[in-house]
Write a protein that binds this ligand. Structure first.
Ligand SMILES: *[C@@H]1O[C@H](CO)[C@@H](O)[C@H](O)[C@H]1NC(C)=O
Ligand SMILES: *[C@@H]1O[C@H](CO)[C@@H](O)[C@H](O)[C@H]1NC(C)=O
Ligand SMILES: *[C@@H]1O[C@H](CO)[C@@H](O)[C@H](O)[C@H]1NC(C)=O
Ligand SMILES: *[C@@H]1O[C@H](CO)[C@@H](O)[C@H](O)[C@H]1NC(C)=O
Ligand SMILES: *[C@@H]1O[C@H](CO)[C@@H](O)[C@H](O)[C@H]1NC(C)=O
Ligand SMILES: *[C@@H]1O[C@H](CO)[C@@H](O)[C@H](O)[C@H]1NC(C)=O
Length: 229
């Protein structure tokens, strides 16, 4: 069992390292974006798939923030736009308290601030490009993400559509739940096999929801499994 864990963790690190390498090939002038992607994890599956050592009992909320990503078209970028470092003392105590609960890492020995630092360096530095009021600086980048999380509560949206943890439903049922919610647009789902892993909501540059256009990461041929919390 120990060996399997180590092996899975090694694979995970390999994927992360490769993703990092791909990002480094980005040209510095490639910092433009035309919308924002807001991603939230379904905690049980994030815990199960991200780090085999994750202790789900310690997860304090069902849907948690992954990040808010400036996005160009159907790409995964831009990323790493400036070298402004993460500085926790720019955030208020209230923000940090909130983030410790709802913006958590699933990598067992990683402290939450390392995860926030990663999100800042990779994505936040691209959002703060000087001319958007919601993204004037590091603090407003994190605050805007917190505000979006509070505004679009995925648990509530799915519950209203009668989709509850433990259920297995066709992909279209999930998509319709979001389309008929206050989001009113097509979201993008990611699955790990048949298991729902995350939901991405797309926003235009005035932070109004828009249709996500990247191909969905869940199969429409098999029901999507919304694991019990
Ligand atoms: C559980 O989470 C809290 C913060 O929410 C953290 O301080 C603590 O170290 C975590 N415990 C374990 C065993 O991971
Ligand atoms: C980024 O790095 C460059 C070159 O090392 C330096 O000139 C610049 O001041 C740095 N910018 C910030 C925001 O740290
Ligand atoms: C972090 O921000 C604080 C508060 O603005 C500032 O005093 C400090 O110099 C900053 N630290 C770094 C490493 O930039
Ligand atoms: C989202 O709604 C659920 C109930 O549907 C609630 O328990 C949870 O606290 C809400 N999350 C936030 C961040 O308000
Ligand atoms: C998929 O979900 C639908 C609706 O809940 C259900 O009727 C159907 O039996 C499910 N199919 C499978 C293969 O689980
Ligand atoms: C974002 O969408 C809203 C609602 O459709 C629209 O009023 C606004 O002009 C859009 N903003 C941008 C920058 O496209």
């Amino acid at each position: 069992m120990e060996k399997l864990w180590i092996c899975l963790f090694a694979i995970f690190l390999f994927i992360v390292a490769n993703a990092a390498l791909r990002e480094l090939q980005l040209e510095p002038e490639d910092t433009k974006f035309d919308h924002l992607t807001f991603t939230q994890f379904w905690a049980p599956e994030a815990c199960r798939s991200i780090d085999p050592r994750c202790k789900f009992t310690n997860v304090s909320s069902d849907w948690t923030i992954h990040g808010l990503w400036p996005t160009m078209g159907n790409t995964h970028g831009p990323a790493h736009c400036t070298n402004e470092s993460f500085n926790q003392s720019l955030l208020t105590a209230d923000m940090l308290k909130f983030m410790d609960k709802y913006w958590i890492t699933y990598v067992k020995y990683e402290p939450n601030p390392s995860f926030w630092e990663h999100e800042w360096i990779k994505h936040g530095t691209c959002a703060v490009d000087g001319d958007k009021t919601e993204f004037l600086n590091q603090k407003s980048y994190f605050q805007t993400t917190i505000n979006l999380y509070n505004k679009y509560n995925i648990s509530t949206i799915l519950t209203k559509a009668n989709i509850k943890p433990g259920m297995s439903r066709p992909l279209d049922d999930f998509l319709n739940a979001f389309k008929t919610s206050e989001i009113g647009k097509t979201v993008r789902l990611d699955c790990n096999g048949v298991f729902l892993l995350d939901v991405e909501i797309c926003f235009n540059l005035s932070l109004q929801p828009i249709d996500c256009t990247s191909p969905t990461g869940c199969s429409s041929k098999k029901n999507v499994s919304y694991e019990p919390y």
